[in-house]
Design a protein around this ligand. Sequence first.
Ligand SMILES: N[C@@H](CCC(=O)N[C@@H](CS)C(=O)NCC(=O)O)C(=O)O
Length: 204
Amino acid sequence: MTKLIGSLTSPFVRKVRIVAAEKHIDYEFIIDVPWEATTHVPDFNPLGKVPVWVMEDGRAIYDSRVIVEYLDHISPVHPLIPREVRPCLAVKRCEALADGIIDAAALVFMERKRPATQQSPEWIARQINKVNRGLAALATDLSKNDWCAEGAYTLADIAVGCALGYLDLRYSDEIDWRRAHPGLSELFDRLMERPNFKNTVPVV
Ligand SMILES: N[C@@H](CCC(=O)N[C@@H](CS)C(=O)NCC(=O)O)C(=O)O
């Protein structure tokens, strides 16, 4: 059986779990935290990052963007990435923005785990600026629409929902994205009504 290797807190793993569920694709979920000394993730992904998707023949694919594209391709159920080039670009650009917000936020989270004297406030500020600019761009693109791209629920919404969920997990006291961007707040509420979002809320 195919396997998904990942942690319960990773927003990138969550994105893959939601896509697989929407596409009705079965897999075995192997929980592995790449930060732990006992991790086997580097055996599958030399970058030592999750998610990793292990196919029937044992071949491993990564990263999350490659995996979700593959999953959308192999199952005709509920297409999440448009086939036409322009709509496809809109969805993938939105995914890139959402993933970039997570990358920047995760860098800050890790920087703050270092001893206080080794932390760089400039570096942290630079990353937080990326998060805030990214959120503002997502809100502008969303405008008054119900969904992030192409007037329908797509991979773009899944990626954005996972990014917002990650900010709630790690920055609920610091980044009040709901107040700054009511449109994103409404989108998130709409997404959280979906069982696949509810069932994958990060667990610490
Ligand atoms: N671009 C990658 C990012 C994956 C990523 O950063 N995963 C984190 C968990 S959220 C990780 O495994 N970090 C371990 C490390 O950086 O060593 C993707 O989309 O899958």
